[in-house]
Ligand binder design. Structure first.
Ligand SMILES: NC(=O)c1ccc[n+]([C@@H]2O[C@H](COP(=O)([O-])OP(=O)(O)OC[C@H]3O[C@@H](n4cnc5c(N)ncnc54)[C@H](OP(=O)(O)O)[C@@H]3O)[C@@H](O)[C@H]2O)c1
Length: 237
């Protein structure tokens, strides 16, 4: 069984509620539990993990990443492969998923390639306006007062105002921790790379305050390929 075959049967949209998108999170971690090596996740990844990463993007209405991750990984157009865009359109999705960003500071990295791509729709939730005058991407800014600027509100607006049924969060650890604390995660796709970082300052896949109680996961599938594990967990036990 290959990653592509596993993802072919994903039917996430039917699981969305009226309140918020069905939300999946994708991470790769080293065998010693770190989410990056030398500041980047790409050193932990391999071909099958990349297939999973791009395959998940193919199946969702929107993709979200924290501003830290957008900056470090220099995000561009989310689905670059025309064949994947064709498959999305064939299955009733828009060719490009919506890119979704939330920022409390209002400091959004508009210099990344994503904002220079005219085919990308980027929805930014922020406390103030954003200068979009020199950006080629279609950018919609949802201004929320600081007290209202929560992930729960963002999710509700994505569902009601932008028709987002399925949302893929690609990290990073600060954003994932915050999503868990607001109880907004339905599934975790976790790749365990057969690699050791040996320590260092890279975080685990979650960061921030500890949860008030342990979140227990149910294993949906586990695939082993070339020593790496590709795990799909549901957060409902
Ligand atoms: N292993 C993996 O699969 C993986 C995946 C992704 C990232 N990474 C690694 O993780 C590192 C970056 O992650 P990170 O944890 O530093 O940053 P991050 O989670 O990508 O982004 C954090 C930022 O997102 C915004 N944010 C998060 N929670 C929010 C909330 N509740 N409300 C409003 N805004 C919120 C804030 O932006 P403002 O500061 O603008 O307010 C916050 O500073 C990089 O080294 C990257 O390579 C690894």
């Amino acid at each position: 069984m290959q990653v592509g075959e596993l993802l072919a049967g994903l039917d996430l949209a039917t699981r969305a509620s009226a309140e918020r998108p069905y939300t999946i999170v994708n991470f790769v971690a080293s065998a010693d539990g770190h989410a990056a090596f030398q500041g980047r996740s790409r050193w932990l990844s391999d071909d099958a993990d990349r297939e999973l990463f791009h395959g998940l993007r193919e199946h969702v209405d929107a993709v979200m990443a924290g501003t830290g991750t957008l900056r470090t990984e220099r995000y561009g157009r989310l689905v670059r492969d025309p064949e994947r865009r064709r498959r999305r359109a064939e299955s009733g999705l828009s060719p490009d998923p919506v890119a979704c960003i939330i920022s409390r500071s209002g400091v959004v990295p508009t210099d990344i390639p994503l904002f220079a791509d005219p085919d990308s729709l980027v929805v930014v939730f922020a406390p103030g306006e954003l200068d979009t005058s020199n950006l080629a991407a279609q950018v919609e800014v949802v201004r929320l007062d600081p007290g209202e600027l929560t992930l729960t509100t963002m999710m509700r607006r994505l569902r009601s105002d932008f028709g987002v049924r399925t949302l893929l969060c690609e990290g990073g650890p600060i954003l994932f921790g915050a999503l868990l604390r607001e109880d907004l995660v339905d599934e975790l796709f976790l790749s365990i790379a057969p690699k050791l970082t040996g320590g260092g300052s890279a975080p685990a896949i979650t960061a921030g305050a500890e949860l008030s109680e342990l979140r227990v996961l149910s294993l949906v599938w586990a695939l082993e390929l070339h020593g790496a594990l590709y795990l799909r967990y549901s957060t409902t036990s």
